[in-house]
Design a protein around this ligand. Structure first.
Ligand SMILES: [Zn+2]
Ligand SMILES: [Zn+2]
Length: 274
């Protein structure tokens, strides 16, 4: 008997006894094979496909994430590049961005083979029609490598919205050719030239003697109630002395405004008279 030539265990000999008892003689050959201990093989035959299915799906998940990232990245780059072009209508800018998107996909080596219909599988959704923005919205489907409970593919979409390089056009035409002037919060004159010497601040370092302390006030920022050191800083126009060279009181704020807005101030004697 070939099936007991190997390691015979108690169970199989018992089974043989039972079979021989119930049949009265040796059982038919086919029954022998059916009763061979094959439980591990059946288990493996069931579990291995499930395990492989799960592994393929997990690997596919990473592929989906990769494609989605690359598509989103290509959209961003394409929109950023297209938004720099001036003088284009909104439609032209969007078409340019779409063309750049396909170029970016190739540059970034996006695996479009995973997408249904490949690179032709991207369908563009219509934008919001805002001329200041480039709106790109793309949807596509990715095929599952296996039939996933009756589903063959999964739908994805990416979108990107970027402001076009149009600048701030509010009343810009009206402002062209108008005169701009410079002024500081403390002076009651305006300056035609930004490099007027009156807009510059001249800092001098002087020894802190009694005359300085009588003529100038201690700076509220850097001196306060501290005793000044050997040297203090003063400006030709200011009325404070400072202990620190980087004190905010030693800096000057300059505003650039339209000349018509400063009717209450007069022109600087040095630069305004021309
Ligand atoms: Zn001036
Ligand atoms: Zn100060």
């Amino acid at each position: 008997m070939p099936w007991i030539t190997g390691k015979e265990n108690e169970e199989s000999s018992l089974r043989q006894n039972y079979i021989e008892k119930s049949y009265g003689c040796s059982p038919p050959k086919a029954l022998f094979h059916a009763l061979l201990p094959g439980s591990l093989t059946v288990e493996a035959a069931l579990a291995l496909p499930i395990f492989l299915f799960a592994m393929i799906m997990i690997l596919f998940l990473f592929r989906m994430m990769q494609v989605q990232y690359l598509v989103g990245n290509s959209l961003d780059r394409a929109a950023a590049e297209a938004s720099l072009f001036g003088g284009l209508s909104q439609k032209e800018a969007e078409n340019l961005a779409k063309a750049m998107f396909y170029k970016e996909l190739a540059v970034q080596k996006c695996p479009v083979s995973g997408i249904e219909l490949g690179a032709a599988g991207f369908s563009w959704n219509s934008g919001k029609g805002d001329s200041d923005f480039i709106d790109l919205s793309v949807s596509y489907r990715m095929r599952f490598p296996l039939n996933f409970f009756g589903r063959r593919s999964l739908s994805f979409s990416n979108s990107c919205r970027m402001h076009r390089w149009t600048g701030n056009q509010d009343g810009a035409e009206n402002r062209e050719g108008k005169e701009w002037v410079y002024l500081t919060p403390t002076q009651n004159v305006y300056h035609i030239r930004r490099d007027c010497s009156h807009l510059k601040i001249t800092i001098q370092s002087v020894t802190a003697n009694g005359t300085i302390q009588k003529k100038y006030q201690p700076c509220g920022h850097c001196v306060r109630k501290k005793k000044p050191g050997a040297m203090v800083y003063i400006t030709s126009e200011g009325d404070c002395y400072h202990m620190k060279i980087d004190c905010s009181g030693l800096k000057r704020t300059v505003y650039m405004v339209l000349k018509e807005q400063v009717k209450t101030k007069r022109a600087c004697a040095r630069c305004g008279g021309k």
